[in-house]
Ligand binder design. Structure first.
Ligand code: NAD
Length: 367
C-alpha cells in the first residue's frame, strides 16, 4: 500500500519557521514509527502571490484536492495589506476551505497543566480543561444572501442573512456526534432558538440526529449563555456544536482560556473521500506574526499539535497523536518555554528550533 499523502503549505511570516519543525516530526514518525508520509510542498498566501500573482494557484488547489490531508502554516503580512481584496493572502485560505467543502471546523481548547497560570481564569477552573468546539464553517451569516449595503429612504442599510438548510446543520452535527463518541460522549449544541428561526431549526435537526447516537448525552444552550458558561465553568463541556458566527466568537473565547495563541491547533474537515478519509486541512489558529518573523522566536507547538490532529482525524493514529501530545506536555512540564510562554519570573526562552529539539528528544524518550 502506498504511504498516506500530505501537502504542506507553509505560507508566510512565521509559517515556514514553525512548519520546518513539523517536518522534522513527520520525518521522525517515518524513521522511528514506520509511519511514512508522501510529503509534497507548495505555496499559499503572499508567497504564492509573489510567484503566481494569485494567493493560491489552480495547480496547488488541484493538489490539495488529491492528497489525504493538507497542513497549512499561516498567511498574510504587511507587504500584502494593500493588495486588491480578490488577491489578498487570506483568499487563498478561503478558496481551500470552500473548494474542499470543509464544513466542520474543530477547535480544541486544551489546557496543559504547566501553562494553567497563563489563563485569564483562575488556575483551578482551567487545569485539565479539554473541550472541543465544532464550528460550522461553510454556511450561515458569512455566506447567506441577500447581503450588501444599499440605500433605503436616503439611509445606508447593511444586510447579512443567516441561512441554514437542514442538510448543512445535519452534516456538521454528525461530525460533532462522532467526535463526542470518541471522547466523553457529551455534546452541547448552542444557538439562539429563543429569537432566531434558524436556531429553532438548528435545535430540531440536532435533536433528530441524536437518535442515531443514543449513547451521547445531548444538551442545548442559548449561545449567549454558552459564552457565560465558558468563562464561568468551562470544564462542564466536552464537545460544543455551533454555527459559523457563534462558533467564530465562542472558539476564540475558549481559546483564551488556555493561554497563548502559539499553542492552539485546528482542523477543518469535509466529506469522506473514496478512501474513507475525510477531506481535511490542519493549521494553527495563529497568523503569520510579522512582529517576530525571521527572529527564530515563534512557538512551533500550535503547528505541531495541528499535525497531531491530522494523525488522529485523518490517519486513525490516535495512539501516535497521543504520543506527540504527551511529548509536548512533558517538555512544558520540564519548563521548556518559547518567548510567548515566558511568565513574569523570566528566564531564557527557547528558540523555535530548540523547542523542536526538545520535543524530538521527548519523542525519542517515549520509545
Ligand atoms: P497573529 O496571530 O499573527 O499574531 C498575534 C500576536 O501573537 C503577535 O504578537 C504574534 O507575535 C503572536 N504570535 C502568534 N503566533 C505565535 C507563535 N506561534 N509564537 C509566538 N508568538 C505568536 O495575528 P495578527 O498579528 O493579527 O496578524 C498578522 C497577519 O496574520 C495578518 O496579515 C493577518 O491577516 C494574518 N492572519 C492569518 C491567519 C491564518 O493564516 N490563519 C490567522 C490570523 C491572522
Amino acid at each position: 500500500m502506498s504511504n498516506p499523502s500530505l501537502l504542506i503549505l507553509p505560507g508566510d511570516g512565521i509559517g515556514p519557521e514553525v512548519m520546518t519543525q513539523v517536518k522534522r516530526i513527520i520525518d521522525w514518525y517515518g524513521e522511528k514509527r514506520d509511519l511514512a508520509f508522501d510529503v509534497s510542498e507548495d505555496l499559499v498566501g503572499g508567497a504564492a502571490y509573489d510567484k503566481h500573482g494569485v494567493p493560491l494557484s489552480d495547480e496547488t488547489m488541484a493538489k490539495a484536492q488529491e492528497v489525504d490531508a493538507v497542513l497549512l502554516g499561516a498567511v498574510g503580512g504587511p507587504a500584502y495589506d494593500n493588495l486588491d481584496f480578490s488577491v489578498k493572502p487570506e483568499r487563498g485560505l478561503l478558496r481551500l476551505r470552500k473548494e474542499m467543502d470543509l464544513f466542520a471546523n474543530l477547535r480544541p481548547a486544551q489546557c496543559f497543566d504547566a501553562l494553567a497560570d497563563f489563563s485569564s481564569l483562575k488556575k483551578e477552573l482551567v487545569a485539565g480543561l479539554d473541550i472541543m468546539i465544532v464550528r460550522e464553517l461553510t454556511s450561515g451569516i458569512y455566506f447567506g444572501e441577500p447581503r450588501g449595503i444599499h440605500i433605503e429612504d436616503n439611509m445606508r442599510v447593511g444586510v447579512n442573512t443567516q441561512r441554514y438548510t437542514e442538510a448543512e446543520i445535519e452534516r456538521g452535527a454528525r461530525a460533532a456526534f462522532e467526535l463526542a463518541m470518541k471522547r466523553d460522549k457529551k455534546l452541547c449544541s448552542m444557538e439562539k432558538a429563543n429569537v432566531m428561526e434558524s436556531g429553532i431549526l438548528w435545535r430540531d435537526v440536532v435533536t433528530e440526529v441524536h437518535a442515531d447516537y443514543p449513547e451521547v448525552e445531548l444538551s442545548h444552550m442559548y449561545a449567549d449563555n454558552g459564552a457565560m458558561q465558558l468563562v464561568r465553568a468551562p470544564k462542564q463541556f466536552d464537545v460544543i456544536y455551533t454555527d459559523n458566527l457563534f462558533g467564530d466568537i465562542l472558539s476564540d473565547c475558549a481559546a483564551m482560556l488556555t493561554g497563548s495563541l502559539g499553542m492552539l491547533p485546528s482542523a477543518s474537515l469535509g466529506l469522506p473521500m473514496a478512501n474513507g478519509r475525510p477531506k481535511a486541512m490542519y493549521e494553527p489558529v495563529h497568523g503569520s506574526a510579522p512582529d517576530i518573523t525571521g527572529q527564530g522566536k515563534a512557538n512551533p507547538i500550535a503547528c505541531i499539535l495541528s499535525f497531531a490532529m491530522a494523525l488522529r482525524y485523518s490517519f486513525d493514529q490516535g495512539e501516535e497523536a497521543g504520543r506527540l501530545e504527551a511529548a509536548i506536555e512533558k517538555v512544558l512540564a520540564d519548563g521548556a518555554r518559547t518567548g510567548d510562554l515566558m511568565g513574569p519570573e523570566g528566564g531564557t526562552p527557547l528558540s523555535t528550533i530548540e523547542m523542536g529539539d526538545v520535543i524530538l528528544a521527548a519523542l525519542d524518550a517515549s520509545l
